[in-house]
Design a binder for this molecule. Structure first.
Ligand code: ZN
Length: 287
């Protein structure tokens, strides 16, 4: 309990500082509640009421969601939304729910995805700077595995998501490109006996942002691909998951800003880095 109180203090501090009721730590609490899975031990996030209510209404009860796709588009935060308006409008149109949320400090990838998938503050989950050790803290992945669910993570090899959640009773699909991770996630969605939760990580917006600044032509192309892929996941779910109650979520970790005229970065306690939107699409099974 002490850990949960400690996490709550940190997470609630950012909620207050940025004047938004939600945190990236709420993702794990929300997905576990939608699926009727007990939350990880250290989870201090809160299930998002509007999202849970929609699941309750469409699925005739809380905890009845069966399939989940989590699209982890690195660094595509609120600052990016206000710039790439067309692409984020496409994402919002598919999802229905846009949940403006605060990240945690330092706002770098392993720290933030550590919080997203544990519901714990960095000082509790243990990654407090840019490093990629295997997380020792209980995670959403452990929680789903304990509940007898099958989880797949598709990500670029040696990226944070590929590294820090190793050692769980889940399957890891590791590739050299985002496109391969995307294609594998799309294929796994068709294998409905095999997986209940599929994570697809997208690395390249973040990578290009550091090299070319957040709003370069190259970054714009990445934003277009992020919207294209989210649309493709929705179409795939409509086709292959129609017999299941299902949810797909767009899950960035932090935003980013210009650090010089031609380079971008993140990691700071500023709105450009700390505000992100998590988008939820909740669908009931077709009869
Ligand atoms: Zn990141």
């Amino acid at each position: 309990m002490a850990n949960i109180e400690q996490s709550k203090a940190v997470i609630d501090g950012f909620r207050k500082q940025y004047n938004t009721p939600y945190s990236i730590a709420d993702l794990t609490a929300t997905v576990c509640t939608l699926c009727g899975v007990d939350m990880p031990e250290e989870c201090a996030g809160v299930p998002i009421p509007s999202v849970i209510d929609q699941g309750d209404k469409l699925m005739n009860g809380v905890g009845k969601n069966e399939k989940v796709l989590l699209f982890c588009a690195d660094a595509l935060g609120e600052n990016q939304r206000t710039h790439f308006t067309e692409e984020f409008a496409r994402i919002e149109k598919i999802a229905g729910f846009r949940i403006l949320s605060t990240s945690v400090m330092p706002s770098v990838t392993p720290v933030c995805y550590g919080t997203i998938f544990t519901g714990a503050a960095p000082c509790v989950h243990g990654i407090e700077k840019y490093e990629k050790p295997v997380l020792q803290c209980d995670t959403l992945f452990d929680a789903f595995a304990r509940a007898g669910k099958n989880v797949a993570v598709c990500a670029m090899n040696n990226c944070s998501i590929d590294m820090i959640f190793r050692g769980r009773k889940i399957d890891y699909y590791s590739f050299r490109s985002d496109e391969q991770s995307f294609k594998m996630a799309m294929e796994l969605m068709t294998r409905t006996d095999d997986y209940d939760v599929i994570v697809c990580y997208m690395n390249d917006y973040d990578a290009r942002m550091h090299k070319t600044g957040p709003f370069s032509e190259e970054c714009k192309q990445q934003a277009v691909w992020a919207a294209d892929r989210f649309e493709a996941f929705a179409r795939q779910a409509d086709e292959y998951w129609k017999k299941f109650n299902h949810t797909i979520v767009f899950v960035p970790d932090h935003g980013g800003h210009y650090v010089s005229e031609v380079k971008g970065g993140h990691g700071s306690d500023m709105p450009e880095d700390m505000l992100v939107n998590h988008y939820y699409r909740i669908c009931e099974a077709a009869e």
